[in-house]
Design a protein around this ligand. Structure first.
Ligand code: SF4
Length: 475
């Protein structure tokens, strides 16, 4: 059977899980692409975006990562789009059902995504979707409209509303708490009289209640998955995606972005283009003429992906560690630098660390320089560090309150994004634009690359990588 006959509408309440075979790769990529969209929705809440701004940014993200065309769309693989949407939703249910906090955030982001799709859907298809489900709403009769005319009119937010001409539906009052809170409905005998134009509130509330209930059921079923060594690490990784967004994996080859740099260029690049984590590492390296292991790892991989070749990297680190002798450098450091370029040991092509990895792993101690300053610095230190790093690029103490509020709420990469916007305002970046198209910072190399692009005044694309081919079944 063709999939679109199983998923006949673009809008979906996800009643049934996918039952066909999928590969581990598909399992992961469907979930990651959906998470990119949900994480950006969550960032939008932290950035106090209006609904219209949220809608624009989300539709843009959906176009990139989670396209879902209407049933009349031609020249697109609708079945593949709906399958991806369906699989991604159910994988994320597994990842986000495991604590009350994760469930709450997931439901909020998913309900927003549903609402945005609902509001931007084709009218005919939306009606077909509404008619396909029983929302348990009872049409209000002509007699009732006449009988309660005054009350319906008083509850209406529109001055010109004429209850006799409007369609109303009766639902149990508990199903429309938002309308009750805003006093937009007339209540009688435990039923809310909802005008047709507010019908969407019933639908959104129903979506939310339905998802909350399903997540609780999934949480109860989940312990059976705990022994699956293929799935559990993926789920653990996915559930961290709200903390710092989901980054594309950056090319791990220095030539990969076509922007080779030399050791001599790093000081200037750091001043002009580095996010706080890398700026802090660079300044520590210059001050101490040394960096500890995790600092070298975080900074070395970042520089590699920025375009520093192996020869330039050895030159850069040799000069930077100016307090030590050649012998010691060659014995203790040269091998590790070559290793991170895949030239020693198991010759792996290591990618640079994303914000999520920097925020979540290898927590820095007091004498370490790695990590994310937005998360790992004490508030006073962070404020003075930001001013010292970025005041020459336009950051002032008046900007700090907003940045620190975002940090306090735990949205570290959103704070970093706001600093990016402020420090690139002279290049035309406006509040809310992030690193392009409203996107938040999810990777230090994305920050630096975008900053360099702005300086050059041109746009470039970003790369992604994925792997895995084991077949599994979700049921
Ligand atoms: S949010 Fe990401 S890019 Fe920004 S400072 Fe933290 S780790 Fe670096």
């Amino acid at each position: 059977m063709a999939l679109h006959s199983q998923i006949p509408h673009r809008l979906n309440f996800y009643d049934r899980p996918p039952l066909d075979d999928i590969t581990i790769e598909e399992f992961e990529t469907c979930a990651l692409d959906r998470l990119r969209v949900l994480a950006e929705i969550e960032s939008s809440f932290a950035r106090n975006r209006s609904y219209d701004e949220l809608k624009t940014v989300t539709l843009e993200q959906c176009k990139k990562y989670l396209p879902l065309n209407s049933s009349t769309a031609i020249a697109v693989d609708r079945d593949a789009e709906r399958r991806k949407d369906h699989v991604g939703h159910f994988v994320l249910r597994l990842a986000f059902c495991r604590s009350e906090e994760l469930r709450r955030r997931f439901v909020k982001a998913e309900t927003s995504l549903f609402r945005i799709r609902y509001d931007s859907d084709d009218r005919v298809e939306r009606d077909a979707f509404l008619n396909s489900r029983d929302f348990d709403w009872i049409p209000v009769t002509d007699e009732e409209r006449l009988e309660y005319r005054a009350e319906l009119s008083a509850a209406s937010t529109s001055k010109d509303a004429v209850p006799e001409k409007e369609r109303y539906y009766k639902v149990k009052w508990t199903r429309v708490p938002d309308l009750i809170e805003k006093r937009k409905v007339f209540l009688k005998g435990g039923l809310a009289f909802v005008p047709a134009r507010e019908q969407s509130s019933i639908v959104f509330q129903e979506f939310q209640t339905h998802l909350e209930r399903d997540l609780e059921m999934t949480a109860k079923a989940l312990p059976r998955l705990d022994e699956d060594t293929r799935i559990v690490p993926i789920l653990n990784n996915l559930s961290q995606g709200f903390l710092a967004g989901v980054s594309s994996e950056w090319s791990s080859s220095p030539a990969g972005n076509g922007n080779e740099i030399t050791a001599d260029m790093v000081d200037e690049l750091s001043r002009k283009h580095f996010p706080a984590c890398m700026r802090n590492l660079h300044d520590s390296l210059r001050r101490d003429r040394h960096l500890k292991h995790f600092g070298r790892l975080q900074y070395g991989l970042f520089l590699k992906v920025l375009g520093l070749s192996i020869d330039e990297a050895i030159l850069f680190w040799r000069r930077s560690f100016s307090n030590i002798q050649d012998d010691k450098f060659n014995k203790e450091y040269r091998y590790n630098i070559r290793h991170s370029y895949g030239l020693e040991g198991k010759r792996a092509n290591y990618p640079a660390r994303s914000c999520q990895q920097i925020l979540m792993s290898d927590q820095p101690g007091a004498s370490d320089s790695h990590g994310c300053p937005y998360r790992h610095f004490a508030p006073d230190n962070l404020q003075s560090a930001l001013l010292s790093m970025y005041s020459s690029q336009g950051l002032t103490s008046a900007d700090l309150a907003e940045v620190m509020n975002t940090v306090k709420a735990g949205h570290y990469h959103v704070a970093c994004t706001r600093v990016f916007e402020i420090t690139h305002a002279s290049q035309g970046v406006k509040k809310g634009e992030g690193v392009g198209g409203g996107e938040s910072v999810t990777h230090p190399n994305q920050y630096a690359a975008r900053s360099r692009e702005l300086e050059r005044g041109k746009d470039e694309g970003f790369k992604t990588e994925a792997d895995g081919d084991v077949v599994m079944q979700i049921s």
